[in-house]
Design a protein around this ligand. Structure first.
Ligand SMILES: Cc1cc2nc3c(=O)[nH]c(=O)nc-3n(C[C@H](O)[C@H](O)[C@H](O)COP(=O)(O)OP(=O)(O)OC[C@H]3O[C@@H](n4cnc5c(N)ncnc54)[C@H](O)[C@@H]3O)c2cc1C
Length: 529
């Protein structure tokens, strides 16, 4: 069978076509051949959906130090200082790169960049392109990458597993499933860069698209990399209410510009929960909304944005999305409720995107550099994507200097002979939604020991239900999500305090005397978890 599997040899294999993957590709293309793979279309990623903007200290009144302080405060005591320093100091340079690549950020009259302010930022430092910043960046980067001869793209190419030579603890490529042509491909590469994004799909309600299943994290874990900070999931307080799994985000900048929250009795409830009211940290607003919903039995609260000046021009994407649901933001309340939004934890890397397995790099939301600590400061994730992508690329000469002579004969992985079938869609859908419901109800905005233990038992039972016949991409996505769900639960059980995105009703206080530490998962070399 082995000889039938096509083999592609490249220098850099980049998994993911979001900001992290594309920016790394652009920088690496000066050094060698780059292949970018995406599991669906290139446009299917979180990056494309980013609304509010990207943070960087580019204003004269601002400074990297102020940005550092805001980031560390949001991170609730456990950010990695060195990583945050790298993030804020490189910000302005990387923004220049984005401008050079053709990103069209909004400008003021006279041409200076227009900067806005978001919750928990002490300065106006958010560059934006109306309320579709991610799309503007993504389009510019895609175009810039397409102009490079050294970069090639493949859509519908799903990362199954990383190929690691266990003797040398070195990665030499990846096993990929092309689910369009229904064939497996082996990519041999000097370095594999995981820009596979977050895992919002672990939850019943999320702002993330269906591709955000944490595959890169799970594959890295199986390959022997470390995962960390998994208990810290950011729930965005204001997603547009619907029964859909993927909910449309109503950006924080709506509240930044004066949007107010009301419960169904017509009370503006946020001032009662926090002195900053609607502009309190995201986790505080999410819990307050959940509390109001639980008290009233409603499925949402109301966001009033009718009084915001220039409403439709300032928020055209939000306006259009609401209109599609029959809501006129200039006249109606907008029903909102929280949704899983951002994965603070992920594949543990150093300041150059390196993992503990040589040849495996990670950047963007899939990685955990430590910049976000227990809670991400708004608009820092796009910035993290480009800053650490560049740090990975800064290793290019070192990577190219390494001998690289893995012959196809050295390849052996347990997946190569797996039988594939596409006939089990229904079974996998059932497992996926059951898992999402468990995570939402028992490992969500508020957790406690009892709910976590219950979730642990249920996830274990679901693992037993995975059909042994692998239905290609569905199988691996489900297996990946169940692996991650179990680790998230373990991390939540471990942290017996509340901090940032992690709230335990049985340990509601932050406890710096015991918990200024991180839980790191690494697969037991004998094969267990
Ligand atoms: C609605 C929304 C609004 C947001 N607004 C902002 C904002 O205003 N500012 C900000 O800073 N951040 C924002 N964020 C967060 C930010 O968009 C993301 O953190 C960031 O874009 C992540 O980029 P990435 O490149 O790491 O991953 P992504 O952009 O998610 O890309 C991941 C890529 O990996 C691919 N992939 C995944 N698994 C596999 C696999 N097994 N095989 C092959 N390919 C795979 C996917 O197909 C995709 O191409 C927002 C997020 C959402 C969802």
């Amino acid at each position: 069978l082995e000889h039938k599997i096509p083999i592609v040899k490249t220098d850099y294999l980049i998994i993911g076509s979001g900001i992290a993957g594309l920016f790394t590709a652009l920088k690496l293309s000066a050094f060698g051949k780059v292949n970018i793979l995406a599991k669906k279309e290139l446009e299917d990623c979180n990056t494309r959906l980013a609304q509010g903007g990207i943070a960087a200290a580019v204003n004269d009144e601002d400074s990297p130090l102020l940005h550092l302080q805001d980031t560390m405060t949001a991170g609730a005591g456990i950010c990695d200082y060195e990583a945050v320093k790298v993030l804020v100091e490189a910000g302005a340079e990387r923004i220049k790169d984005l401008l050079e690549a053709g990103t069209d950020f909004d400008r003021k009259e006279g041409g200076a960049l227009s900067l806005t302010r978001e919750g928990a930022h002490s300065q106006a430092r958010i560059l934006h392109a109306a309320d579709a910043t991610g799309r503007a960046i993504h389009e510019a980067l895609l175009k810039a990458c397409r102009a490079q001869e050294n970069i090639s793209f493949s859509e519908n190419h799903f990362l199954i597993d990383l190929l690691v030579d266990n003797e040398n603890s070195q990665c030499y490529g990846a096993l990929i499933y092309d689910h369009f042509h229904k064939e497996q491909i082996i990519y041999l590469a000097r370095a594999v860069i995981l820009g596979t994004g977050g895992a919002g799909q672990l939850y019943q309600y999320t702002t993330n698209p269906d591709v955000a299943t944490g595959d890169g994290m799970a594959a890295a874990y199986r390959a022997g990399c470390e995962l960390t900070d998994l208990e810290f999931i950011q729930f965005h307080p204001t997603a547009l209410y619907s029964q859909d799994n993927q909910r449309f985000l109503i950006s924080e900048s709506v509240r930044g510009e004066g949007g107010l929250l009301y419960n169904s009795a017509g009370d503006r409830f946020m001032p009662k929960y926090h002195p900053q009211a609607e502009l309190a940290p995201r986790d505080v607003v999410s819990r307050a909304i959940l509390n109001e919903m639980t008290k009233s039995g409603d499925s949402y609260v109301n966001l009033d944005m009718r009084h915001i000046p220039n409403l439709q021009a300032r928020f055209p994407t939000i306006n259009a999305a609401c209109l599609r649901k029959g809501i006129d933001i200039s006249k109606d309340f907008v029903p909102v409720s929280p949704a899983a939004h951002y994965t603070m934890g992920g594949i543990k890397t150093n300041l150059y995107g390196e993992t503990i397995i040589e040849g495996i790099y990670a950047c963007g939301e899939a990685a955990c550099t430590g910049v976000h600590g227990a809670n991400r400061l708004a608009s820092n994730s796009l910035l993290e994507g480009i800053v650490f992508a560049e740090r990975v690329a800064s290793q290019a000469e070192k990577i190219m200097a390494k001998p690289f002579n893995y012959s196809a004969g050295a390849l052996a992985t347990q997946n190569l002979l797996a039988p594939y079938s596409d006939s089990l869609q229904q079974e996998y859908d059932t497992i996926r939604s059951a898992m999402q419901k468990i995570m939402w109800e028992d490992v969500g905005i508020i957790r406690n020991k009892e709910s976590l233990l219950k979730a642990q038992r249920k996830i274990q039972a679901l693992k037993q239900q995975l059909p042994s016949l692998r239905a290609a991409m569905n199988h691996f996505e489900s297996a990946n999500m169940l692996t991650l769900a179990a680790l998230v639960i373990e991390a939540c059980l471990w942290r017996e305090e509340s901090r940032g995105g992690h709230y335990r009703s049985d340990f509601p206080e932050r406890d710096d005397s015991q918990w200024l530490k991180h839980k790191v998962f690494v697969k037991n070399p004998a094969g267990g978890e």
